[in-house]
Design a protein around this ligand. Structure first.
Ligand SMILES: CSC[C@@H](O)[C@@H](O)C(=O)COP(=O)(O)O
Length: 352
């Protein structure tokens, strides 16, 4: 069975504490928006789609307990709480887009006089609940399209070696995963020879989470340190790189975990196709290019320490951006649930 980062049944929400992985599997109860904000901000849950789903479900939990019979009050509270949840982490766009959509829904339900407060609540909560199954379906479609695209570059019906970075599997989504979903699809089609996953310094999402999931799924995999990517591409034939995204700008520039950009450069140099796998909910059509994406900066301690042990010289200055921007021209294709697109085509897929 796949790993489950979010467990939800109406009235009950639990999240797997990713800070304790890979050594301990412990779920934390999320009782409402305040808990939702904290688990996102502390990175107990992470990965752009999982952050959005968990944040919105925390609102569903809170709303279910709310006895308000005034739709206008509910609407106002919903807007304030969603904006608060969005503030927990700034770079991933999925939660912002989900919040905008839910605020629109709350406005519509509030303005419609034929809908009473109980119906308002029911329809609003159901719409949030739908995010879980929608994300799984989208990921499976991403997996299929990505598998096809990667295999198209391959001569014959052989197997492919793939490199991935950061954490994009079941732990970062509702299930299945984006980039890891593509790898999962290649594996089930028996076309994956091997996957290499980077450690993903400084927070080690790759070593702790992706490696954990690959072992769990029995997918043939090897962990490398981030600085080994060029050497790997030089000595082994890598058929494709596939990574996730936290926000894709309208021109295709992509914000993803720090280190993605340098992998894309190395891939270009070695002629290895470089794919971004992301649902439409990661595309921010309102942002023209990567320069406009706010990059979260994280505490120095994530670099200077491993766990509680200091490894860096005391007194040294640190710079710890959590994400970087890969320019569109380094990206071979953006794998979405609707197909694989050249980065510059994204703009044409959205209504003006
Ligand atoms: C499936 S989503 C892809 C990204 O969200 C993922 O690669 C990533 O950057 C996660 O960053 P994190 O800082 O752990 O939330």
């Amino acid at each position: 069975m796949s790993l489950e980062s979010i467990k939800y049944q109406r009235g009950n929400l639990e999240v797997l504490d990713q800070l304790l992985l890979p050594f301990q599997k412990k779920y934390i109860k999320v009782e409402g928006v305040e808990d939702g904000w904290k688990v996102i901000n502390k990175m107990q849950v992470r990965g752009a789609p999982a952050i959005a789903i968990l944040g919105c479900l925390s609102l569903a939990i809170e709303l279910l307990k709310d006895n308000s019979s005034d739709k206008k009050v509910m609407r106002q509270e919903i807007e304030g709480k969603l904006n608060y949840l969005v503030s927990a982490r700034p770079t991933a766009v999925n939660i912002k887009l989900a919040a905008d959509e839910l605020i629109n829904l709350a406005n519509t339900l509030s303005a419609d006089e034929s809908i009473n407060p109980d119906e308002f609540k029911e329809r609003f909560i159901s719409s949030i609940e739908g995010m879980l199954s929608k994300d799984i379906e989208d990921n499976k479609a991403i997996g299929r399209y990505g598998c096809e695209a990667i295999l198209k570059n391959l001569e014959g019906d052989g197997q492919v070696r793939v490199l991935t970075h950061c954490n994009t599997g079941s732990l970062a989504t509702a299930e299945y995963g984006t980039a890891l979903g593509v790898i999962r699809s290649l594996h089930s089609a028996k076309r994956l020879e091997h996957v290499f996953c980077t450690e993903t310094r400084p927070y080690n999402q790759g070593a702790r989470l992706t490696a954990f999931e690959l072992v769990h799924e029995k997918i043939p995999a090897t962990l490398i340190v981030d600085s080994m990517v060029a050497a790997l591409m030089h000595v082994r034939k890598i058929g494709a790189v596939v990574v996730g995204a936290d926000r894709v700008a309208a021109n295709g520039d992509t914000a993803n975990k720090i280190g993605t950009y340098q992998i894309a450069i190395v891939a270009k140099y070695h002629n290895v196709p470089f794919y971004v796998a992301a649902p439409f909910t990661s595309i921010d059509i309102n942002v023209p290019s990567g320069e406009h994406i706010k990059i979260e900066e994280r505490p120095d301690k994530e670099m200077t320490h491993i766990g509680d042990r200091r490894i860096a010289a005391p007194g040294i200055n640190c710079w710890n951006p959590s994400f970087d921007i890969t320019p569109a021209f380094l990206i071979t294709g953006i794998i979405t649930e609707k197909g694989v697109f050249l980065p510059h085509m994204l703009k044409t897929l959205f209504p003006i």
